[in-house]
Ligand binder design. Sequence first.
Ligand SMILES: *Cc1c(COP(=O)(O)O)cnc(C)c1O
Length: 382
Amino acid sequence: MTSTNERFTFQAKRELQGLVPYEAGLSVEALRREIGGDGPIVKLGSNEGPWGPLPAAVEAIRDQVAGLNRYPDGAFFDLKDDLAVITGAAREQIVLGNGADSILINLSLALLAPGDEVIFGWPSFITYPLSVRKVGAVPVAVPLDADYRYDLDAMLARVSDRTRCVYVCNPNNPTGTYVDRDRLRAFVDALPEHVLCVVDEAYHEYVTAPGYPDGIAELIAEGRPSVMVLRTMSKIYGLAGLRVGWGVGPAEVVRAIDTVRGPFEMNALANAAARASLTERALLAERVASNESGRVALAAALREVGLTPIDGVGNFLCVPLTDGVTGRAVAERMQREGVIVRPLDGFGMPDGFRITVGTPAENEIAVDAMRSVLPELLRNAN
Ligand SMILES: *Cc1c(COP(=O)(O)O)cnc(C)c1O
């Protein structure tokens, strides 16, 4: 990241060496520019819900539009209040962000000095190592166990005086596996006092698996003082385009994040849509059921095509590949069929890809495409 001309020499700070701008999942517009035509494009690359925002959110956004000449309430008092009521936490424990991603970055800014260490499982969410490295802290990536689960014992063994924070992605993106209640409790209880445990529950609402814990209702409500739980409205609530993330954690940590964040971390539309979304419990339950049946059917169809998806509990499936086929090769070939899936090199799994559960019709298009491209991919790899 160096540019030189006669009047200006730019060198990004040392911590940014080797980092590149975030590579988001391919958008429908970008793929259309690439492949042209007017056939269907199915986007199953970014774990968004296949539904739109909830009806109450759409209405709330409309109601806000005429007032957009005003800044939002920078403290987001009402949304914090709503979340406090729902979670049973104090207002001071609620943190908001322009997406949960933004909370992770702000947490790094608030908590980490150069040389501090952050532990997380790997393969896992790409933002963890990136947000840590941006501030000159040290990411400690601990391999998942043989069943693609977070290896909490191995993570504990890496805790040192320099550890400030551990992330547990539950369920884990991209593998879809989860840590159960007993193991998570034991892990948190074994952490030393100087370590914050961040449980990233971006897919929480989807999970119906037995033994899957609610970090807020259990760990935090039971009085564990060093836990922060993150949630997002980007997935089941269908608000990825608006950017709403929230969490519950120690009041001191929330205050530190509020100190480093931008003055208007969220916008007025996001605020209104988030508040309205929280009132739509029944529709949310329908989405959970539809995702569940969709995921089971998609997994079965992928197996029938000859793939072996990991048994995941979110709104996505992770497919490890064999025979030298890379996730990138699959994603690039599928794109030509109009189907977007996510290659996982950035997530630490170059020989795998991730596919989001779409509508039944979208899933069918994706599986048909996979069936037709897989033989060619295998031939080219060998
Ligand atoms: C999608 C996701 C997030 C956050 O998404 P935002 O859109 O930034 O709210 C956080 N963690 C994980 C593991 C995710 O998959």
